[in-house]
Design a protein around this ligand. Structure first.
Ligand code: NAD
Ligand code: UD1
Length: 338
């Protein structure tokens, strides 16, 4: 397959590009680099032993996107492009809705014009909102009582894709609901490079371990979980990347949603301990107040993806910590010159 990766220079896109190339597919990366660097794609090419075509365009701009993709053929799309910081989405709702929704509308129109029918969309477990039960399967209610514009944008895009498939029955769309992506390629050459202060747990821990930040704030230790800290389903980004390849290879007419998670929950203290063991470095922390909007326990039921996509996670939290440390220790400033 020739696969267009929108937002393909980002964290998950770069690992997926490498995985697709490793499985013999061709890729084209489209990105505006608003939250990434062309260096990520260059390194993907270095690891894959081939240059990766890179197109710079703002996907919310239909004319610029059409012009940038002129003469470039592709027969499937993975749509990663978008903004993803929950707190920022609360402060800048129109920017979040415009970027996430407009980019999807532009992409769907372009796909229809070109007769490209295969689409994999980066959705999130956030569409389930406050879990009614754990582990969550795909039948869990979606788009109810979500707490931030980022989450709503993902639920709205799932609906937009579903409505598009009704009007265009040839569309083969897969909605991938990621749980908590962590880790890096084992080479340590590509990884997660958050701008500013990391919002998510694993990149924050990695920056503490490498000495960029003094200590981790643990957001609450009185949740109804075994050790009182929040429990999440951490999935290694290489397993996640493999899930995209499986989704592309199994796409069928209509819209199908899959959870991509391990089915195993880990607490904040579990992650700290695993990271310390993998890196050999102490991670100082202080317990502080819970983060507004956080929930106690979010864990995937990944059985549908296991069964229908013939996909399951193979890597552990320990693997993710080891690889995240390889990336962070070799690239303390991310893709910027070290
Ligand atoms: P990322 O920010 O590293 O990647 C997103 C990419 O999209 C970036 O390279 C950015 O420059 C690009 N982009 C943003 N706006 C664009 C535009 N208008 N035109 C073209 N490119 C644009 O994020 P990521 O962690 O790789 O996430 C990829 C996708 O997966 C996102 O849609 C995100 O919401 C979703 N997701 C991520 C997580 C996570 O924890 N990382 C969890 C669930 C879902
Ligand atoms: C966040 C997003 C969610 C997104 C998910 C996957 C928020 C509110 N939600 O969820 O929309 O789908 O990432 O990327 O941002 N923690 C700390 N200290 C920190 C950071 C986190 O204790 O500095 C704790 C949190 O309270 C939580 C766990 O670590 O219990 C994981 O947090 P995080 O990595 O931010 O992921 P989520 O909260 O699951």
């Amino acid at each position: 397959m020739r696969v267009l990766l929108t937002g393909g220079a980002g964290y998950i896109g770069s690992h997926t590009a490498l995985e697709l190339l490793g499985r013999g597919h061709q890729v084209v990366v489209l990105d505006d680099f608003s939250n990434s660097s062309p260096e990520a794609t260059r390194r993907v090419g270095e690891l894959a032993g081939q240059e990766v075509p890179l197109v710079r365009a703002d996907l919310t701009d239909p004319e610029a996107t059409r012009a940038a993709l002129e003469g470039i053929d592709f027969d499937a799309v993975v749509h990663f492009a978008g903004l993803k910081a929950v707190g920022e989405s609360v402060a800048q709702p129109t920017r979040y809705y415009r970027t996430n929704i407009d980019s999807t509308l532009v992409l769907l129109d372009l796909m229809r014009e070109r007769g490209v029918t295969k689409l994999v969309f980066s959705s999130s477990a956030t569409v389930y909102g406050d879990p009614r039960y754990v582990p969550q399967d795909e039948a869990h209610p979606v788009g109810q009582a979500l707490t931030n514009p980022y989450g709503w944008s993902k639920a709205m895009i799932e609906q937009i894709i579903t409505d598009t498939a009704t009007a265009w029955p040839e569309l083969e769309a897969v909605l991938l609901r990621y749980f908590n992506p962590v880790g890096a390629h084992p080479s340590g050459r590509i990884g997660e490079d958050p701008s500013g202060i990391p919002n998510n747990l694993m990149p924050f821990i990695a920056q503490v371990a490498v000495g960029k930040r003094a200590e981790l704030s643990v957001f609450g230790d009185h949740y109804d979980t075994p050790d009182g800290t929040g429990v999440r389903d951490y999935i290694h980004v290489m397993d996640l990347a493999a899930g995209h390849v499986a989704a592309l290879e199994h796409a069928a007419p209509g819209v199908t949603a899959y959870n991509l998670g391990s089915g195993t929950g880990s607490s904040v203290f579990d992650v700290i301990r695993a990271f310390e063991a993998a890196s050999g470095v102490a991670v100082p922390y202080a317990v502080v107040a819970p983060r507004p909007g956080d929930v106690a326990n979010v864990v995937a039921n990944p059985e549908k993806a296991n069964r229908e996509l013939n996909w399951a996670t193979t890597l552990t939290l320990e693997d993710a910590c080891r690889d995240s440390w390889a990336w962070q220790s070799q690239n303390p400033n991310g893709y910027a010159a070290n």
